[in-house]
Design a protein. Structure first.
Length: 443
């Protein structure tokens, strides 16, 4: 009897388990089918919502999550690529308002942008060939404006759906590189420097540095050598190049060598010193113009227009019209205007003893007028042929205690002389700079 009872219990348990198995198999299959249908339906669902939904529904399915994220990124990039980039180049007499006018149907939106930019950058200072980057969306509506204001700094204007405009500054990443060059002069400083691969802005700096100690027409001869270490900066985003400081430069001349190093003094200023620690800057420059030919010396000469002998109380530098003219030293503009046979003329008072004068100018740099303070090497005007002149050139005078003297032979005081700990620091730094020059020259 007990045997029959046990068999009945086992049979009932088997039937119960069988029923539960069929139950779970049926409902499990239905749930799996629903998930598969949901996954296949993904392409018809909004991407942003799908990404969030799938993260909760299929939490452990990394493959599906990766595919969804990839799909979202592709859609975002597809949208970005549809932005239209317009590059606006500033030309002569252009204004910022005029350049962007056609892209802003509503005047008030254009004025909002102008107001924002003017807080950080004077739009009246736009330069010829300066570029402005404008981006429009699919509907030709304004999306973004980029105004490069320096080699590595952009002003970026963006907007939102409520026509609010926002400005931010963006610093661009730069790559720097040191360049060492050594070459022999067989033609001229300019020609051989260019053939050696030295860029024009660096050549200009070389000329300015040596303008205190060299007469470029007489002191430089064939066979002289020059070596230099300077820095370059690369803006990969804009694909542009800029040039930094000259750290070391040396002229091997027939009688002596002129060797200069860049050094930061104890008062925080960077300047150039020779190997003995003497500042190379003098109170006045001998040649306040780049690469010009000395066409007439100081002294008695036959006047090219008047036809008789007359003392020439300055020196003339022949140069093409528009060549920049620099202030020979720090000082205050004492006169700027027309001055008889001198034509357009500038005179600078440097101290109680020295003045310099610049004649036959084509025009003055904007902002130059009586009473304005200028710094050595600052552009003050441009070569011309105004007044009594046979062609474009700069007439340059140095006036010492109210008398014109010869700029080419004047003796000028040197600048700062490094001493004690500052001199020791300079010697240490100059050795490191020269080691860098050799490394980059022979690497």
């Amino acid at each position: 009897m007990n045997l029959h009872y046990n068999l009945i219990i086992k049979f009932l348990l088997f039937i119960t388990l069988l029923i539960f198995s069929f139950y779970f198999l049926y409902f499990g299959y239905n749930e799996l089918t629903k998930n598969i249908v949901k996954t296949k339906a993904t392409p018809s669902v909004d991407t942003s919502k799908t990404l969030l939904t799938k993260k909760t529904t299929v939490n452990n399915d990394n493959v599906i999550n990766s595919l969804l994220i990839q799909e979202l990124e592709e859609k975002v990039f597809e949208k970005v690529e549809k932005f239209e980039e317009i590059i606006i180049t500033v030309k002569k007499n252009d204004t910022f308002s005029k350049l962007i006018d056609s892209y802003f149907p509503k005047e008030r939106n254009k004025q909002k942008i102008i107001t924002l930019i003017n807080k950080e950058y004077n739009l009246k200072s736009l330069k010829i060939n300066q570029k402005i980057y404008l981006y429009l969306d699919d509907n030709k509506k304004f999306s973004r404006l980029i105004m490069p204001i320096s080699f590595n700094l952009d002003l970026v204007i963006t907007t939102d759906t409520s026509n609010n405009f926002f400005l931010k500054k963006e610093k661009l990443l730069l790559k720097s590189q040191f360049n060492s060059v050594k070459f022999e002069i067989t033609e001229s400083l300019y020609e051989n420097a260019r053939k050696a691969g030295i860029p024009l802005p660096v050549i200009t700096k070389i000329i300015k540095l040596y303008s205190f100690d060299l007469d470029f027409q007489r002191d430089i001869q064939k066979g002289n050598e020059l070596e230099i270490l300077y820095e370059s900066f690369f803006n990969e985003q804009r694909r542009t190049v800029s040039y930094g400081e000259i750290y070391y430069v040396k002229f091997y001349l027939q009688k002596n060598n002129l060797e200069y190093y860049l050094f930061q003094t104890s008062d925080g200023f960077y300047d150039y010193f020779n190997k003995e620690g003497k500042n190379i800057r003098k109170s006045l420059m001998k040649t306040p113009i780049d690469g010009a030919r000395l066409s007439s010396s100081y002294g008695l000469r036959k006047h090219p227009i008047l036809g008789y002998n007359k003392i020439h109380r300055g020196v003339d530098f022949a140069a093409s019209k528009g060549t920049p003219v620099y202030a020979a030293g720090n000082g205050v503009i004492e006169y700027a205007g027309r001055n008889g046979a001198y034509g357009k003329y500038i005179r600078i008072r440097h101290n109680n003893s020295y003045k310099t004068a610049y004649a036959h100018l084509n025009n003055f740099k904007k902002g130059i007028s009586k009473g304005v303070r200028v710094n050595q090497g600052e552009i003050i005007g441009y070569v011309g042929s105004t007044g009594r002149s046979t062609g474009p050139h700069l007439h340059y005078e140095v006036i010492y205690q109210k008398k014109q003297i010869n700029p080419m032979t004047m003796k000028l005081p040197s600048g700062k002389i490094l001493k004690n700990e500052e001199l020791n620091e300079f010697i240490k730094k100059s050795k490191l700079i020269y080691a860098d020059f050799l490394f980059h020259l022979y690497e």
